[in-house]
Design a protein around this ligand. Structure first.
Ligand code: 3PY
Ligand code: MG
Length: 242
């Protein structure tokens, strides 16, 4: 399993601390998280010794927005709410310079050669999220998009879209179960199956389906757990300072 952490706080220094912690990858959330243009730019500018791939979950599939995030130096993008193979293809094209795509070049001085530890590719990692009914129905065709590296499941949105609880989605391991169908489509297309878990328990359940690139916690969750680990310091069992 490639264990990652999902940063939502929009805090560049906290994100860099997570990056340096020895996990396998980090995601910066600019869709629902607090990352915006300024904090993304600052995070990548602070990255003097890149340790692991840092991917950005962008706001939308807007090609201009994707190019901007790649200009900052993101190792890859995760694009939410994709419904069709055509949208997946336009995401791949937006991340590649001509003649392979439509990305515009800008001399910001950050993005250049993508690092070898994002696979052995010279291009940013491109992934699209599977979290709608339409995406699930078209998942094999989406997975087959040339140049796509990963399908990344958003189980919270997918469960809502399917009218089921998150727990039921994660527990369904019947042959046609949504999480199984998506993992199988990735295996068939020889791309990575990724997913947001947000907890180690859900990460384990997703790994059992064959997902290998998993956001197992969040920066907020890690901070809370780290702070809570001090509660029993020096024999205290209640609140610090009590
Ligand atoms: C989802 O579960 O829908 C997500 O987008 C996780 O961030
Ligand atoms: Mg979602």
């Amino acid at each position: 399993m490639q264990v990652g952490a999902w940063c939502t706080l929009g805090e560049p220094r906290a994100a860099i601390a997570v990056e340096q912690a020895g996990l396998d990858w980090v995601g910066l959330d600019a869709q629902h998280g607090h990352f915006d243009d300024g904090s993304l730019r600052e995070t990548f500018a602070l990255r003097r010794h890149p340790a692991v791939p840092v991917l950005v979950r962008v706001l939308s599939a807007d090609p201009a927005g994707l190019g901007r995030v790649l200009d900052y130096g993101a190792d890859g993008i995760i694009v939410p709410m994709i419904d069709t193979p055509g949208q997946a293809q336009s995401v791949v094209e937006a991340s590649r310079y001509p003649p392979h795509g439509t990305r515009s070049w800008g001399p910001l001085g950050y993005a250049g050669d993508y690092r070898a530890d994002v696979g052995d590719q010279a291009e940013p990692m491109v992934s699209v999220m599977i979290e709608t009914r339409s995406a699930l129905a078209a998942v094999s065709a989406i997975a087959a998009t040339p140049g796509l590296d990963m399908l990344f499941v958003g189980p919270f949105d997918l469960a809502r879209a399917l009218g089921m609880s998150l727990e039921d989605l994660l527990a369904d391991d019947s042959p046609g179960a949504p999480l199984r169908v998506i993992a199988d489509a990735c295996a068939e297309a020889d791309i990575i199956a990724g997913a947001f878990a947000g907890s180690t328990e859900r990460a384990t359940l997703l790994a059992n389906f064959g997902y290998s690139w998993i956001a197992a916690s969040t920066d907020r969750g890690l901070l809370t757990a780290g702070a809570a680990s001090l509660r029993d310091l020096d024999g205290r069992s209640g609140r610090l300072g009590a």
